[in-house]
Design a protein around this ligand. Sequence first.
Ligand code: AMP
Length: 226
Amino acid sequence: MRIVLVGPPGAGKGTQAALLAKTLSIPHVSTGDLFRANISQGTELGLAAKSIMESGKLVPDEVTIGMAKDRLAQPDAAGGFLLDGFPRNVAQAAALDEILAEWGIELDGVLDLEVPEDEVVRRIAGRRVCRNDNAHIFHVEYHPPVAEGVCDECGGQLYQRADDAEDKVRVRLEVYHTETEPIIEYYQKQDLVTTISALGTVDEVTRRAIEALRKNETQRKNDDEG
Ligand code: AMP
């Protein structure tokens, strides 16, 4: 399956993407994680992205699209992928369509995670991620680690992302509404979007997401056959 996950910051995209990717046996491709890996490795791309990311704004499309294309061209993504945090505006969505068309493939679905804004702020303020692997995500209240500040998965140190500070969260929400939300309409025109509520426990949302994706897959198969 080739899936795009959309939703405001704090919707739980990273958490859900990791779980869904595991369940569906496809790689989780997060442009945010790719940028953060470049920053910790001190690459040129990382240096270019660092201050923009910390401000909560978007890294320029030329950089982001090239990085995403390189990642999707890796052999492990040949059989499918789950995109998290990309595309983040209509230009990126159009570029992704072009890339996939060039490769003779297309998206199977876009999963839109819906969550009220006050909940978004609560979730982000309490979010802590693992320094060793940003895929390990905790929350001081909703999903606390057994030992405070320590990752349950690998013992790494937990920290609060610089762009999770409240003033940066406001910028990110604004960017989401103006830049990213229009991609939902873009994909609705291709009949790809399924919206689910991202409220409830992590497991509940995962179950809802899997159910929605399977339903979407069956529907598309039936449409193809009919
Ligand atoms: P995320 O981990 O998805 O919340 O991304 C963190 C930050 O990385 C964003 O606020 C942006 O600064 C940058 N970023 C991640 N993905 C993209 C993208 N597709 N386009 C532009 N900037 C991005």
